[in-house]
Ligand binder design. Structure first.
Ligand code: NAD
Length: 329
């Protein structure tokens, strides 16, 4: 089978090569995401795969279908990049890699929480000027003293909750889906109750109509003054204007985001700092705001799993078979 793999990054290449040797299938890699302009390059291939944060609009599926492609295997969790109804109308089956390494994201979320708690950015900036005093950053709190609300207790949220519980934190969970096995380390509650009690709020939901702009100004008005906000899920969950206001007023003690609503304008690219979106330039000046370039997933385990699982699914779906990773609605 011949597979066209869009938006391939150099780190994926060794795993692609190993997968080809193991399976006997051929993979051709492109460095651009799948768009209307290059969907036609799938002509002559049996299957396609991509990983990207840019949306794939309706004409993409039509062009793929006209070229005999029956599926798209996404090498990532978040599949809001698909126009699912448009794909289904062209009889294109879709898959994602639902769990390549939930630990990778959970560990990074924990890393950023500790960075905020320990004032690492303040200390780093002060030391860069020769200021090695304790006062430069200030005292930290220890994690066992904190109540952490996890909004979205799925694959990643559950792992993060277990880690926090093991460290002695109190963990609240908000999720329309109740998982009894999580009761060992989570107290399930309502969103309003969680916002009223939490010292830390961490988002691990998909982006959908309920979660888009969930953290708006009304949300920030309900939290305790001095709360920490973490968003490693999807940028559009948090209203960045309300976030900035809340950081400036002290309603937020600190925030760390790995994703932003406007991330396609600058993430995974090199540019002059002055070319960054203005809100990002302002926010990154703050000592208590941590931005990272969508790297929470970025570990050796995750890259290997996302390549191998997506390519296996590409073959399975192109052959008319079934995989647990298929997106059914
Ligand atoms: P998942 O589907 O396993 O879990 C999501 C959970 O959110 C589910 O339990 C679901 O019931 C719950 N949920 C849905 N709507 C909700 C709402 N309105 N309120 C509360 N809970 C709600 O997904 P996952 O694999 O844990 O991924 C979570 C998020 O992390 C996704 O947005 C994904 O795109 C993102 N992600 C980010 C990175 C990164 O590198 N930053 C990497 C992987 C995944």
């Amino acid at each position: 089978m011949k597979i066209l793999m869009y938006n391939t990054v150099p780190e994926e290449q060794p795993f692609v090569t190993a997968w080809m040797a193991k399976t006997g299938h051929e993979v051709v890699t492109l460095s651009e995401p799948l768009t209307v302009d290059n969907a036609g390059q799938a002509a002559g291939f049996d299957a396609v795969s991509t990983q990207q944060t840019t949306a794939m609009p309706a004409p993409v599926y039509q062009i793929l279908a006209e070229n005999g492609i029956k599926q798209i295997a996404l090498r990532q969790v978040g599949y809001d990049v698909f126009d699912v109804p448009a794909a289904f109308s062209q009889k294109i089956r879709l898959s994602n890699v639902a769990a390549y390494s939930p630990r990778a994201i959970a560990e990074y979320t924990l890393t950023q929480l500790f960075n905020i708690l320990r004032h690492n950015k303040q200390f780093e900036r002060a030391m860069a000027t020769g200021d090695y005093t304790w006062a430069a950053g200030g005292q930290a709190r220890e994690i066992y003293q904190l109540t952490v609300a996890i909004i979205g207790v799925g694959r990643i949220g559950s792992v993060f909750a277990q880690m926090l519980h093991a460290l002695g934190a109190k963990v609240l969970g908000v999720d329309p889906v109740y998982r009894a096995q999580n009761e060992v380390f989570i107290e399930y509650t309502t969103l309003d109750d969680a916002l009223a009690r939490a010292n830390v709020i961490s988002f691990h939901t998909p982006l959908n109509e309920e979660t888009r702009n969930l953290a708006d100004q009304a949300f920030f008005d309900k939290i305790q003054p001095g709360t920490i906000l973490l968003n490693m899920a999807r940028g559009e969950i948090v209203d960045m204007t309300a976030l900035e206001t809340s950081l400036n007023t002290g309603q937020l003690y600190g925030a760390a985001v790995d994703v932003t609503p406007n991330e396609n304008a600058f993430m995974n690219q090199k540019q002059a700092v002055t070319d960054l979106p203005e809100n990002i330039q302002r926010l990154t000046q703050l000592d208590n705001f941590y931005l990272s370039p969508h790297i929470a997933f970025y570990t050796n385990t995750a890259i290997k799993n996302m390549v191998e699982m997506a390519l296996n699914d590409a073959v399975t779906l192109a052959n008319g078979g079934y995989t647990d990773n298929e997106i059914l609605r």
